[in-house]
Design a binder for this molecule. Structure first.
Ligand code: IPD
Ligand code: CA
Ligand code: CA
Length: 268
């Protein structure tokens, strides 16, 4: 497993270094949707990462955000978000990362998240713990929810689909100490693993946003489930990750049937 981890580390560092060099320079920005951006640096990062992984493991499969790759049915799939936090990157906000995981026979086994601007390298191997720059990580022991700091995000189609997280955001803002929206889901998960954040939830995420971060939280002693408390599957975009201690309260909030508009009406 260590050699797979080293492959992921080298690829993440190469892409992260490129992102740092090109940060706040005049790179091309295109639209994938009305609010969903992709920069020249996202594409160049993916190219670097795929090239670097293929140099070591030419027979492995690749699942990455910006391109489709022919299926090789190898049982080994590298799951890659070349630049998580593209909107931040495009606006010159230094909060973004590279996320790379290796799934072996459908089990995420190795993960790396690299935050180049802070030189934070998060690494994890299933069963061997989670680390930040070589220091072992553990989730926080904070509870209850009222004293907890959470993070979340909102989908790109939030203006046209009511499944946009606004209700849940409203309820958690009332129920927790505070909720942050940093703009890079992989880093939100990595920060739950460090114990700095106590919980994170979001819907409509993709396997590349989640794979490495979920393993980091689990190996740091946290709990990761779907919104109904079911075992987590990275191909289900609805995720709840926490320090474990506030998980039941967070599930209760996610499944509370009162809606944001009802709460507002009841105040009128
Ligand atoms: C996005 C970020 C953001 C989350 C979005 C993701 P991208 O990824 O992780 O925090 O709220 O849903 O799509 O597009 O920057 O790779
Ligand atoms: Ca992403
Ligand atoms: Ca991305």
């Amino acid at each position: 497993m260590t050699s797979y981890l080293n492959t992921a580390i080298n690829a993440a560092r190469e892409a992260g270094d490129l992102q740092k060099r090109r940060y706040c320079t005049d790179f091309m920005i295109n639209h994938k949707g009305e609010t969903d951006l992709v920069t020249e640096v996202d594409l160049a990062s993916e190219e670097l990462i795929v090239k670097s992984i293929r140099a070591n493991h030419p027979g492995h499969d690749i699942l990455a955000e910006e391109n489709d790759y022919a299926a090789l049915c190898s049982g080994f799939t590298w799951i890659i978000d070349p630049l998580d936090g593209t909107t931040n990157y495009a606006h010159g906000i230094p909060w973004f990362c590279v996320s790379i995981a290796l799934e072996i026979e459908n089990v995420v086994t190795v993960g790396v998240i690299y935050h180049p601007m802070m030189e934070q390298l998060f690494t994890v191997i299933r069963g061997e713990g989670a680390f930040l720059n070589g220091e072992r990580l553990g989730v926080s022991s904070r509870s209850p929810l009222r004293q907890s700091l959470l993070a979340t995000g909102f989908p790109y189609d939030r203006a046209v689909d009511q499944d946009n997280n606004f209700d849940h955001f409203f309820k958690f803002q009332l129920g927790a100490r505070a909720v942050r929206r940093f703009g890079a889901a992989a880093l939100d998960l990595a920060y739950v693993a460090t114990g700095r954040l106590d919980g994170f939830w979001e819907s409509k995420l993709k396997p590349w946003d989640l794979a490495a971060g979920v393993l980091l939280v689990e190996e740091a002693g946290g709990t990761v489930t779907g919104y109904a408390g079911e075992p987590y599957d990275i191909r289900d975009g609805r995720i709840l990750a926490s320090n474990g201690r506030i998980h039941a309260e967070m599930l209760e909030t996610l499944n509370d049937r009162a809606t944001y508009s009802l709460l507002r009406n009841s105040e009128n």
